[in-house]
Design a protein around this ligand. Structure first.
Ligand code: ZN
Length: 238
């Protein structure tokens, strides 16, 4: 593994056009669990699997239950950026990383200092009224129990892409543009099983795709450098 990290270090040193594509594994070391991998736990407390609760139709039909789960399992305000977030922000300041494309909704890349962050699934930090579009901070979600309501009487929704909802076109096109023009694509902390987000890496046309993940992914054979390990361990050594 050390040999591969040295190789990655050299590749990064030689490039000024790197794109990072990340998933839940980026934030697990900040104490934010991947709700997909701990599915079973929720069945003890909730009547539905998280994929059902976090769907658009459930949000509309059972708004109160949605927010109960959401406040309990999706908001981690005390979480701090870890070494991976910090190093990625550092590489952006050094004009090496052009964009961070993330499937996470926790805002930790921005907290670490990254500027060009493309949030495919939105952010828990942004919320808006479905009626008048007024924006609200996360405090409104936490305090507006049981259901956060706008001053106009409209329902407030997190700016998070729920199941059954499409991705934001402008974010997707920016991500495609960055990935397709990238010299190096580093894919980390994602099982590449969540579509359509995962399909975006197909737009990469170069020959320096680095895959860093603890478990096996369906893209392993297509990577140019495969590092099977934790992101923190790799980034701490860069
Ligand atoms: Zn409103």
């Amino acid at each position: 593994m050390q040999r591969k990290i040295t190789q990655l270090k050299q590749m990064i040193a030689d490039s000024d056009n790197i794109v990072f594509f990340g998933g839940a594994g980026v934030s697990t070391e900040s104490g934010i669990p991947d709700f997909r991998s701990v599915d079973g736990l929720y069945h003890l407390k909730y009547d539905y699997p998280p994929e059902t609760i976090l769907s658009h139709s459930f949000f509309i039909r059972y708004t109160e239950q949605f927010y109960e789960f959401y406040r309990d399992k999706m908001i981690y305000e005390e979480a701090k950026p870890n070494i991976t977030h910090i190093k990625l922000a550092e590489l952006e300041r050094q004009k090496k990383i052009r964009a961070v494309v993330t499937q996470n909704i926790d805002g930790l890349h921005q907290k670490a200092g990254s500027k060009n962050v493309l949030e495919l699934h939105g952010s828990v930090l942004r919320n808006y009224c479905m009626n008048c579009q007024k924006h609200y901070t996360i405090d409104k979600i936490k305090e507006g129990k049981p259901i956060p309501i706008c001053e106009c009487g409209g329902l407030i929704k997190p700016d998070v892409v729920l199941y059954e909802e499409g991705l934001d076109d402008s974010v997707v096109s920016k991500a495609i543009k960055a990935i397709s023009k990238a010299d190096i694509l580093i894919v980390g902390g994602t099982s590449l099983s969540v579509y359509p987000a995962a399909s975006l890496i197909r737009y990469y046309t170069g020959n320096k795709m680095i895959l860093i993940n603890k478990s096996v992914t369906s893209y392993d054979s297509q990577s140019d450098l495969l590092i099977q390990g934790g992101l923190g361990e790799v980034f701490a050594n860069l």
